[in-house]
Ligand binder design. Sequence first.
Ligand code: BES
Ligand code: ZN
Length: 622
Amino acid sequence: MKRIIPVLAIALGALTSCGEGTAEEKKSITAQAASSSKDQHTQSNADSVTVKHLDLDIKVDFDQKQISGSATWSIENPNKKDTLKLDTYDLTIDSVLVDGQKVGYALGPQVEHIGSVLNIPIEDASQRVVIYYKTGENPKALQWLEPQQTLGKKHPFLYTQSESIYARSWIPVPDGPGIRYSYNARVQVPKGLMALMSATNPQQLNDSSIYHFSMEIPIPAYLMALAVGDVRFKSIDERTGVYAEPNMINKAAEEFSEVGKMVHMAEKLYGPYRWGRYDIIVLPPGFPIGGMENPRLTFATPTIIAGDKSLVNLIAHELAHSWSGNLVTNETWNDFWLNEGFTVYFERRLTESMADKSYADMLWELGYQDLEASLKDLDPKDTHLKIDLTGRDPDEGLTDVAYEKGALFLKLIENNVGRERFDAFLNQYFSDNTFKTMSTERFLTYLNEHLIKGDKALEEKLNIDAWVYGPGIPKNAPRADMERFSKVDAERERFLKGTDARQLATQGWTTHEWLHFMRKMPKPLTQEQMKQLDDAFRFTQSGNSEIANLWFVMAVAADYQPAYPAMEQFLSQVGRRKFLTPLYNEMVNTGKQEMAKTIYNKYRMNYHPLAQMTLDKLVNEQ
Ligand code: BES
Ligand code: ZN
């Protein structure tokens, strides 16, 4: 499915809005900013003051919809700075103590996207900085669910989504992917609810309602995560398991029964899993994204539970981040493709070893189609692998370019040097850079030193510059084998030429064959064609979210009304941006703005603040 950029930030940018200076000057400032590896999305100075460890002590208050408590930072000040700077977004700071003494602190002005810097005076020997704080009105990272928005309908639920720069909206933190620290946490929640974090987790409800966590491996702030709700645990094997609401736990455990094996397969490919346990929490349907690779505990949408394990490649993706992203982390959001492109490549390799090549080939092809579609809407500059997000919301880099063009680039290298050599290279890359930060430039140097090694013919074949610093899909891009999809194409053609839907040879098709079948349908189909497909394949009633979503888009295009009640039901619950955006988009683009507005405003409160930001623009500001 096409990934659409959250349209919140019309890229005015800090530079253009300051008004002074000629266009020429501005250009050269932008160029400088892009070439330096300074992270433009944090105001923290944790590159010069060492931030080692966080002790978080917080209370989760569902009545006030507020997190409050203290964040204690263990620091060292080798460069003798007079200030520690942390990121905050809409936090209320109550007081700050340095080594037990109250100090005068200063919150900087609110900068668009970035928030306010918290300036704390420190001395050369300062060690412990305690900040008492609470969250503001509408923290971007948090979604508070009323009981009726959960499956069980009895208890409220809270979850965070900190990537890319939202951790600062619930913790005062040095919030850049290049800054790592270990953490402990004490979290107090209402009775009867469990708390889980990106850390060592409980497996049972606890009577005191106080939970303790530790993550002794240093991680960046975007991997800080918390979920609180009525959840149960079920183990998959000795190091993997799943958490979900009670009435979802068995289904979830069944769907993910192969995840233990998946972790073993991943280790076989790229070396040891270094995080201890690997668990998954299945969140309520309002979760705005598919999955998030929070260490030790992947956060996942329930929309991947299809009943037939056909959408578990999303778990392969989040698991793969335990190497690409969590072990080796993009230095700034401009290098985001190092996280996501590597992960998509790894995910496909993992899918290939769990299933087979023909299956992975379908995913490669669907990804290629996504990329082609996204390129049409993007500024060519934003189609380079290395992009410049200076002055912009880093979520603008969340496009298929980072994911699919990034993965294709790695596939191209694999094809040219052979799988064996490339796998050895990646193993070495992960082990040499474990728990480190990586920039695009340093990756290219590493690639030259360890793989290309001056081989001019190889260099020419790869044409690295075109991939990393050039637009679009370079000519040497690899394309997957279309064996299974050609059969699908043939059946679609037969249908369009009049063969009855019931006569089509669809036996044995998996979700991905169906997706290809539907995606390449002309739009709109006639009422008769829609009805025939629906009668034959029951798309309106599909329990598979990917298929249902595509079908609803086709239904909107064709104004096929029998699908509308099911579509509204879907939109009333599902908060996954990847599904909401194309559906509302189709309504707006086919003259059904009123329908979009009515449905959206009815269910807006069920969506996460990040999804609301995207959809407010799309639906309400037309
Ligand atoms: N890390 C991303 C999610 C993310 C990236 C959230 C940037 C916010 C900012 C996660 O690993 C991801 O890519 N999720 C995908 C699923 C995947 C199978 C491509 C999603 O949620 O769609
Ligand atoms: Zn990812």
